[in-house]
Design a protein around this ligand. Sequence first.
Ligand code: SF4
Length: 341
Amino acid sequence: MNPQADNPLLDIRGLSKTYLGRHNLADRLSGRQQTRVQAVSDVSFDIRAGEVLGLIGESGCGKSTLGRSILRLHEPTTGTVTFDGVDVTGLDDAAMKAMRRRMQIIFQDPYASLNPRRTVAEIVGLPLKLHGLAPTPAEMRDKVAAIVEKVGLKTAHLDRYPHQFSGGQRQRIGIARALVSNPEFIVCDEPVSALDVSIQAQIIELLTDLKQEMGLTYLFISHDISVIGYLSDRVAVMYLGEIVEMGPVESILARPRHPYTQSLMSAVPEVETSARKARVRLTGDLPSPLSPPAGCKFHTRCPLAIDICRKTAPRTEPVGNGHQAACHRLAENLSLLDPVQ
Ligand code: SF4
């Protein structure tokens, strides 16, 4: 058992991220309002040391923005991110740079995230250089070679360029770059969704093994409930910038309480849950975050929506065993769902 299992390594309170649209002089003179997109709205959760929190939702729901805001790659608009007791939202540039050694990210698209003009040795060695972790070229080469081998590549690959690798190998380079500074927390931002299905399983196994070996903590972002169900200890479900349900993975898979979570699961035949038997079909597109629906943001697509859902946002309520959800019909929604015959 991990003795640190109950300590929150990361504590996020009231995190929001709003992007402002362009608003030039002509816009101001004509009285045109500046557009605002609230990508993340008042999100709070913690992640314990050694835990994998899976974050799931459709494309465009704000999950990548949330991951990047936690690392301050995108500056949060409001809220706090406390990492190992330190409020990272209050750090100056130098202190934040030092903190990034401990908080890293693996990006979705390994090709776009690797500099095509740099060799593997240069790409993977860059964090060591930035953080002063390898004072001599020989130490740099040794540390880079060690992590490259740990992620399943060969030292013979060190002087090659990203275009000389397959998609799976490129993601291994991205993983090596994230891990070379020996971080504790990693945002895995859809790390397998750009890969062939046959390669996805290898990368998932690699991330699982590295987590055990290096004692890592992950925020694992994905739109794939099978991947999230396999890897996560707890799951947070995001819809239009809000966490609508969160809980232990077994509880979320066996008894999802929010109609949105139920609809995500009923779309995947191999996920064996009560939701599989529920006819909760997700229809229509995600509404634009430029003009989110009033009340419960899911009401435009929810088969269980009633009057209050269109006017009042539901509060997040506990439903037992660390499981919580935000829905006006929590008490009744399981019995209301229409079982498949
Ligand atoms: Fe559906 Fe209403 Fe619950 Fe929102 S609050 S998920 S609209 S039932």
